[in-house]
Design a binder for this molecule. Structure first.
Ligand code: SAH
Length: 255
């Protein structure tokens, strides 16, 4: 994973893609370029073995990352990007790795919670994975990011699921989870917790899986599996660097 990360951080799909010939309007031209770039990004992640599942590839192709990265950013480059409020959208390889780790718990009809949903990118991917019979719930404590994430999702392939209610994003402290729709088959935490919040373990279904970065200066991406008898298994996947899972005040005043 470490090696992959350094390889992946070197690639940008931007120089390898061209607009499809025949695109007419300005909007059409932009759209075809964007989807080509998104597709090459996914293909690169497949080539490097970060994406192995066909379903994960399809979902990442369907949700154009360019709709979620603020203007001026390089959405198809494999690196995190600032999104304001001392937050970042994670790098594509981290999103892909988390989707791969959670795939079995993101089957159609299942429930997924995305804590620290930020731009809404991964929540939208979760929604496509679990489908309209499932539930994908994002929780984010910065109201402005929640508003933007909903606008982003409205432009994406996950828009119908916002309308049918199988995808929702809420302003709340994610350390408390989202008890209304618990228990969850999959929980993803997009910010590093000093320790795993008890509420999140409680809201994990037996047989469910949580992926959460834990630590302060040194962080590990932990995979938490709740067994059918309710006991919890834990392993480290890789070392990572995420923004902290903290209070809104500490985040906004961080320097
Ligand atoms: N996964 C998202 C965002 C990652 S950045 C993406 O890729 O777009 C981490 C996010 O966690 C930020 O948006 C930050 O505002 C949010 N966050 C941090 N602490 C939080 C808390 N206690 N409750 C809810 N959200 C939190």
């Amino acid at each position: 994973m470490e090696v992959l990360r350094s390889i992946l951080s070197c690639f940008s799909s931007s120089s390898r893609t061209r607009a499809r010939p025949g695109a007419q309007s300005h909007h059409g031209l932009w759209s075809s370029r964007a989807s080509d770039k998104n597709k090459s990004m996914v293909e690169q992640l497949q080539r490097y073995g970060v994406i192995r599942s066909t379903k994960v590839a399809e979902v990442m192709e369907a949700i154009d990352r360019g709709l979620f990265v603020p203007l001026g950013g390089t959405p198809y480059h494999d690196s995190p990007m600032p999104i304001g409020y001392n937050a970042t959208i994670s790098a594509p390889h981290m999103h892909a790795a988390c989707l791969e780790l959670l795939e079995k718990n993101l089957q159609p009809g299942m429930r997924a919670l995305d804590v620290g949903s930020g731009t809404g990118y991964l929540t939208a991917c979760f929604a496509l994975m679990v489908g309209p019979e499932g539930r994908a719930v994002g929780v984010e404590h910065i109201p402005e990011l929640v508003a933007t994430s909903i606008e982003n999702i409205k432009k994406s392939a996950a828009a119908p699921q916002l309308n049918d209610g199988s995808l929702s994003i809420h302003v709340a402290d994610g350390r408390e989870g989202w008890p209304e729709l618990a228990p969850y088959d999959a929980i993803h935490v997009g910010a590093a917790a000093p320790q795993i919040p008890e509420a999140l373990i409680q809201q994990l279904k037996p047989g469910g899986r949580m992926v959460i970065p834990v630590g302060t200066v040194f962080q590990e991406l932990k995979v938490v599996d709740k067994k059918l008898d309710g006991t919890v298994g834990l392993r480290d996947e890789t070392s990572v660097q995420y923004v902290p899972l903290t209070s809104k005040e500490s985040q906004l005043h961080a320097r």
